[in-house]
Structures are given as structure tokens and as C-alpha cells.
Design a protein around this ligand. Structure first.
Ligand code: BGC
Length: 751
């Protein structure tokens, strides 16, 4: 009996992947090209060369480079952009190389091309997949008009340690939120079909556990086991693959001793055999050569052969495929077969992008001029920024600002730092396009006197605070403290800011702290003293107006933390979905439990936390049934009412816990969420349709075990408002990671 269910679930999973599977078969055009290629031409397709740096694209395109293209020795470029530049190089590939195979042009378009949106971590804080999807759609419209085919985004690495600087590039600590955001971005970049000239190919990176770098040290190894890999780190990758992401990028680091670029278990067995994913897998920058530094390859030739054999199709920038592979593949028939497989994939992607039919379809000078930074794109950037802001604390309803306020002091240099709002990775974003907070506030509050102090001089800041009715204290880190290679041992406020904050708070004036940052910060003391805190991350070109909209109450805050804030750097890593302990934390000091002696073990602000200008009541959590079979569905619904006098948005969060299983299961795991808007007094019923596969866990496959499942519905992982339970009735296997399952959710009005 169970066998039948297993087969049914596998079939369902395969059908989900069917569009991807269809594309795995190479077309007659690809096969005929492959048959005519020399070994050198084949290797050429796997070579990605830098056309410049991101801030100076095309700067390396010279006669030598053009000769390589003419000789069929380049398959793609990173950082060649612009309709004219891409057209000129493409013409050489198509008209002057022997086989006329078009080039691919790629760039790191991470949160916008010219119109820069909030950093990815901020957009994840919207808990609204429409936000990153729209940002990706607009980024694709702009980037494709500049001749680009391919972005190295989304970064879908789960990050549970904010010391890791690259946490800013992803969706935070949770596999399910990460999966939802990953899928949304792939949809946005790739549109309905990659043949459309306003689409670009997405890359899910960095496969498989780059975010688990020990101690948050960038490039460092991940000390995790197969269970954490499968349950925590892989689901967003799976979601991106299922959504049809054209490319994956391997991670610089190693997992339990196995560098990802040399790991066929990850790159071939998981990605190809289990997930049936047909796209192209690219190395990270120079990472093929770095296999020597990892100590798994002795020579450059060994490194190139190892990467290719392990499943790396394209070599970004190391030059080792170009320089070292030919002799090796001629000697090793198995490697020759791998070479053909990789080339087939690259050609199939070029075909999928429509390049064999019209290699210039994305290099359109007229469209390039018209597409950039349109008023519509700017408006979308503002809407995204508003939705990404999180109200962390608001004692005494200090926010929104009272309309009567006449004298405000703005303190802190980030208030006028336009560059920081562009965050890390800014493609063709321009500092002049940014509207920072200070001028935006002056515009939004024309009748209010706004004094400004950068904070460099504390007595001046204190004087400004004393002369004001209310202080907006802008604290945090500039854009250059987070991002790649920007790990920190201590994520407290940067030097001087704590003292500035204390001095301003000592004036006794009401203080609203506005945080700008690319990662959670350890602000325990500040959070205890300041009555109001608004988390604004780096919000892109419309940062200032968006923050002003929230401060003045023209818009309501509704974002939620996609990652918890620790009380101290020493409390890291920390995750809300941790495993239980034999000795669960207990504040009773007489008991020896899993906690610190010097600090509560709870986060300062929990995953999912975020306030609103109103407040919401939860009631009537009900389940449609009390048991669930392998094929059935169960509806969990709850009523949420806005019981305040202002309109607001709530993110209704559903968590699950499996109290008894054959392995320890996390104390809670996000399994669904919905951001809803409610007018004063309005109520809605939110319904989650659940399936047994959502409660599976990794055990050399996605195992479903019978037994009780507890559900928790609430406003954050630490603010659970209602509980219910049901039973899974049958054992079985699911075809995919449970956190990657995107459940059906409905909302309906309630009288
Ligand atoms: C980063 C990648 C990026 C690549 C190309 C690497 O250093 O890890 O995320 O796509 O550079 O710029």
C-alpha cells in the first residue's frame, strides 16, 4: 500500500518538474552543432571571461579579447554591458567565429540594474513575494535592454549568523521564507519565457551551504551534517530549480570537508539525479583555481579536471578550463563525455534564450535609453521600500509623528548618506539617483523645523536634541560593512555610535532610532533605552521618501524580521527553528539548561517580529479535520481583526512542530505566511491548505512519519496567538523538501 503512495508522490513531484525535464533533451540544432565542434571550441563554450569590473564594464574588451571570441574560445562574459558594446562583441561571435555560436552576457544584477531597489534582505522583510518579484521583473527589463542575458541572482543562501557579511544578499534565516523569495525572484527575472527580450536568466547561488560558513567568516567551511543541509540550506535552491532557474552557481566553501566545486554528490547526484534540473552550473569567481588552495587538487590541470568531473559546467574567470582541459579530456574518455554534457547544457540555454534565432534581441539602443529609471520604476522602488521597513519598537505610540510636531532634530550621518542606500552590489545604480532621508524629510514636513547634526561632534548633537521636541537618531552601518568579505566578529554598533546614542538619550527628549544596516545588529542596551526603533536596512533610490512616508503615517509599517536580532555577538549563531534540547532553556538559575549565565538565551527581536500602528486580534483557529493522510489536504484557518483605529498590515504566520519523531525535530518551523491589509475594525479569515508532505524531514529521502503535528499561528515566532493539533495517519515519502512547498493560502472577509 505504502508503495503506491510513494509512487504517486514521486509522480506528482516529477510532474511539477515536467517543464524543466522537457528542456533537458537537447534539440537537433544543439546536437548538430556539438557534432561539428572541436575540443577547443567545446571548451570555449565553458569559458566565462571578465569584460571588466562591475563598476567599469567593457574595460577589458580589446583586440586580444576580440581575437579570442573570433577563435571560438569564449562562451560568455561577465561585465560586458550596454546595447552597443554587447552588439559589437556579439557580431564577432556570430559572424566571424567558425560556428557562429552567440555569446552570453552576464552581470551581478542583484537588487536592480539602474533602478536600485532595497537590498535583498530588506525585500525579504516585506514577507510579500510580490515585492522581490516586481523588483526582479524591473531589473530584468532594464538589464536586458542593455544587452544582458543573465544575472547572478538570486542569492538564496540561508544565513543564521549575521556576522556573515553576505547575509545582506539573501532572505535571512528561514528555509521556507527563503524558498518563497527564491521562487519569486526567478519568476521576476525570467518572466513567462526566457525567449522574451525583456527577460534575463536567473542564477540560484551559492550552492549548497555558503550561508553556513562557520563563525560567519566568509569563504569558511560549513560544519553541518546531511540533515541540516537538506532541511535548512537546500530548500530555497530546490524552489529555484522547480521554478525553472536557468543557472546555478556553486559555493566557494566546503561542506564537512568537501569543497562544493569538487562535490559530485551535491552538483550531480542532488541537483541532476534527484532534482532533474537541466540548467547550467557555473563556478564562482576563480573558484576552480581555488580547489588547489582547498587542498583537493595538486595542479591547475587537476583542479580543472576535478571541477568538470564534479559537475561545474562553466568556469568563471579562473582561465583553467581554457588553459588546462584540452589535454586532459583527450586522455580521459569519461571527462570527454562530461565535456559534451556541459557544452550541451550551455548551448541549450542559449537556445532557450532565443539567441540562435536573434542573437541581438536584447541589445537594443533605443530600448536601452527608454527603459532606465522610468517614473514607473521609481514608484515601484518606493513601494518596495515602504513594504520592507520593520517597526521594531514603538513605546507610547511615539510613531507616527504627531502632526503638531514643529521642531525635529535629525542626528546621524547616515541620514544624508546617499551611497549607502544602494547597498552592496549596485550594477549601474547611480548615487545621484538616490533620495536620502534628510532632504526627503524636509520635503515631507515643510512646516516643521528640522535641525541636523551628523553626530561627529557629540555636544552639537546634544544641543540639537535639546532644541527639538523629538529626535530622529539615525544609526547603523554604512553599506561597506556588509556584503562579500565583510564579516565581523562583533556586530555591535560601529565605534562612537553607542556613546552618541547615550548622550542623545540622556537629554530626555523622545528618541526614535532609525536603523540603517545590511545585517541584524546587537543593540541590546540601545533597545532597552530607546522608546521607538524603525529598521530600514538599505532601501535603494527611494529610501528617504519611503522612510518619511512611514514616519509621518502616510504609510503603515508592515515588514517583519527575516532573521532574528541577537542580544550580543557572542550569542551567535542563533536560529528560531532550533532543535529542542534534553534540557530546554529555563530561566530558573538553579537548573542546568541550554542557556547563557550572563544573558537571556532568547533573541532581542525574534524572527518574524514587526509592529504596526494598529493592533490585531486572532481568534477561531480551526482545522477542517483532525487527521491527514498522504494524499489529503487539511485547512487551517484563523480570523484576524484590526482592533485599532488605523489601517494596518499584519503578517499571519503559521508554524509547525512535530513533538515525537524518529529524530529530534525543530521546536517550530515556518510552514506558511500571508501579509494581509485590514482597515480599522475589519476582519479576515486566513486559510492555509496543508498537505502531509509539508511535515516531512530528511532521512535519506523526505520521510513522512505518522503522529501528532502541532500548529502555532501568530504574529511572530515569539508571539504565538493560537494553537491546534492534528495527526498524520500514514508513513510515506515526499518528493521534495517540505520547506520548499508553497502552500495554498486564501483570505476572505469576515463580518
Ligand atoms: C561572488 C558571486 C558573484 C561573483 C561574480 C563572487 O565573488 O561570490 O556571488 O556572482 O563574484 O561577481
Amino acid at each position: 500500500m505504502a508503495g503506491r503512495w510513494v509512487a504517486a508522490i514521486w509522480l506528482a513531484a516529477c510532474l511539477l518538474l515536467a517543464p524543466a525535464l522537457v528542456q533537458a533533451r537537447a534539440s537537433p540544432r544543439v546536437e548538430s552543432l556539438l557534432a561539428r565542434m572541436t575540443v577547443e571550441e567545446k571548451i570555449g563554450q565553458l569559458v566565462q571571461r571578465p569584460g571588466g569590473r562591475q563598476r567599469s564594464p567593457n574595460s577589458r574588451i580589446n583586440d586580444e579579447e576580440r581575437a579570442l571570441v573570433r577563435a571560438g574560445q569564449v562562451g560568455s562574459y561577465i561585465n560586458v554591458a550596454g546595447a552597443e558594446a554587447t552588439r559589437a562583441l556579439q557580431r564577432i561571435a556570430v559572424e566571424e567565429s567558425r560556428l557562429g555560436i552567440p555569446l552570453l552576457f552576464a552581470m551581478d544584477v542583484i537588487h536592480g540594474y539602474r533602478t536600485i531597489f532595497p537590498v535583498p534582505l530588506a525585500m525579504a522583510a516585506s514577507w510579500d513575494p510580490a515585492v522581490p518579484e516586481r523588483a526582479a521583473r524591473i531589473a530584468a527589463t532594464e538589464a536586458s535592454a542593455a544587452g544582458l542575458h543573465w544575472t547572478f541572482s538570486p542569492m538564496v543562501d540561508v544565513a543564521r549568523d549575521p556576522r556573515w557579511g553576505r547575509i545582506v544578499e539573501g532572505a535571512g534565516e528561514d528555509p521556507h521564507l527563503g524558498a518563497v523569495m527564491a521562487a519569486a525572484q526567478v519568476r521576476g527575472y525570467q518572466g513567462a519565457s526566457l525567449r522574451a527580450p525583456d527577460t534575463i536568466m536567473a542564477t540560484a547561488k551559492h550552492f549548497g551551504a555558503y550561508g553556513a560558513a562557520t563563525g560567519g567568516r566568509d569563504y569558511g567551511g560549513a560544519e553541518i551534517g546531511p540533515r541540516a543541509l537538506a532541511d535548512i540550506y537546500l530548500p530555497p535552491f530546490y524552489a529555484a530549480a522547480r521554478e525553472g532557474a536557468g543557472a546555478f552557481m556553486a559555493a566557494f566553501n566546503e561542506i564537512d570537508g568537501m569543497p562544493s566545486h569538487a562535490d559530485p554528490g551535491l552538483l550531480r547526484e542532488t541537483l541532476r539525479t534527484r532534482w532533474h534540473w537541466p540548467g547550467v552550473l557555473i563556478s564562482d569567481w576563480n573558484a576552480v583555481a581555488e580547489l588547489r588552495a582547498h587542498g583537493v587538487a595538486e595542479t591547475d590541470a587537476d583542479a580543472a579536471a576535478l571541477a568538470l568531473a564534479s559537475g561545474v559546467d562553466i568556469d568563471m574567470a579562473s582561465g583553467l578550463y581554457a588553459g588546462q582541459l584540452a589535454a586532459r579530456v583527450r586522455r580521459e574518455p569519461a571527462l570527454m563525455a562530461r565535456l559534451d554534457e556541459a557544452v550541451r547544457r550551455v548551448l541549450a540555454i542559449k537556445e532557450r534564450l532565443g539567441l540562435f534565432d536573434d542573437p541581438y534581441r536584447r541589445s537594443d539602443a533605443a530600448r536601452e535609453t527608454a527603459a532606465m529609471l522610468t517614473p514607473e520604476h521609481r514608484a515601484a522602488a518606493r513601494a518596495a521600500a515602504i513594504r520592507s521597513i520593520v517597526l521594531l519598537k514603538n513605546d507610547g505610540a511615539l510613531l507616527p509623528l504627531a502632526p503638531s510636531v514643529r521642531r525635529v532634530a535629525v542626528i546621524g550621518e547616515l541620514a544624508e548618506d546617499a551611497s549607502s542606500q544602494l547597498g552592496s552590489w549596485r550594477a549601474r545604480g547611480q548615487i545621484e539617483d538616490v533620495r536620502p532621508l534628510l532632504p526627503a524629510l524636509r520635503e515631507a514636513l515643510p512646516r516643521t523645523e528640522i535641525a541636523y547634526g551628523s553626530g561627529a561632534n557629540v555636544p552639537n548633537a546634544v544641543a540639537a536634541a535639546r532644541g527639538a521636541e523629538l529626535v530622529l537618531l539615525v544609526l547603523g552601518e554604512d553599506f561597506d560593512r556588509s556584503g562579500e568579505a565583510r564579516s565581523l566578529a562583533d556586530i555591535a554598533l560601529p565605534t562612537g555610535q553607542q556613546a552618541l546614542a547615550e548622550a542623545v538619550l540622556d537629554t530626555g527628549r523622545p528618541v526614535v532610532v532609525i536603523l540603517m544596516n545590511g545585517r541584524p545588529l546587537a543593540i541590546d542596551r540601545l533597545a532597552r533605552r530607546a522608546p521607538a526603533i524603525l529598521e530600514t536596512w538599505f532601501l535603494g533610490i527611494e529610501a528617504g521618501p519611503a522612510i518619511a512616508d512611514i514616519l509621518t503615517g502616510r504609510a503603515a509599517p508592515g515588514g517583519r524580521l527575516p532573521v532574528g536580532f541577537p542580544r550580543a555577538s557572542g550569542a551567535l549563531p542563533f536560529a528560531y527553528n532550533r532543535l529542542p534540547s534534553g534540557r530546554p532553556a529555563d530561566p530558573d538559575p538553579a537548573r542546568d539548561t541550554v542557556r547563557y549565565r550572563d544573558l537571556p538565551v532568547t533573541p532581542l527581536f525574534a524572527f518574524g517580529h514587526g509592529l504596526s500602528y494598529t493592533d490585531f486580534a486572532y481568534s477561531d483557529l480551526s482545522l477542517s479535520r483532525d487527521s491527514l493522510s498522504l494524499t489529503g489536504g487539511l485547512a487551517a484557518s484563523v480570523i484576524v481583526r484590526n482592533r485599532g483605529t488605523r489601517a494596518g498590515e499584519e503578517v499571519v504566520q503559521l508554524y509547525a512542530h512535530d513533538p515525537v519523531a524518529s529524530v529530534s525535530r525543530p521546536i517550530q518551523e515556518l510552514r506558511g505566511f500571508r501579509r494581509i491589509a485590514l482597515a480599522p475594525g475589519e476582519a479576515k479569515r486566513v486559510t492555509f491548505i496543508l498537505s502531509a508532505a509539508q511535515f516531512a524531514f530528511w532521512d535519506n529521502g523526505w520521510r513522512i512519519e505518522p503522529g501528532e503535528i502541532r500548529l502555532m499561528v501568530g504574529s511572530s515566532s515569539a508571539d504565538i496567538r493560537a494553537r491546534a493539533a492534528f495527526r498524520l495517519t500514514e508513513p510515506g515519502w515526499a518528493g521534495q523538501p517540505p520547506a520548499a512547498l508553497i502552500e495554498r493560502i486564501t483570505e476572505e472577509p469576515v463580518r
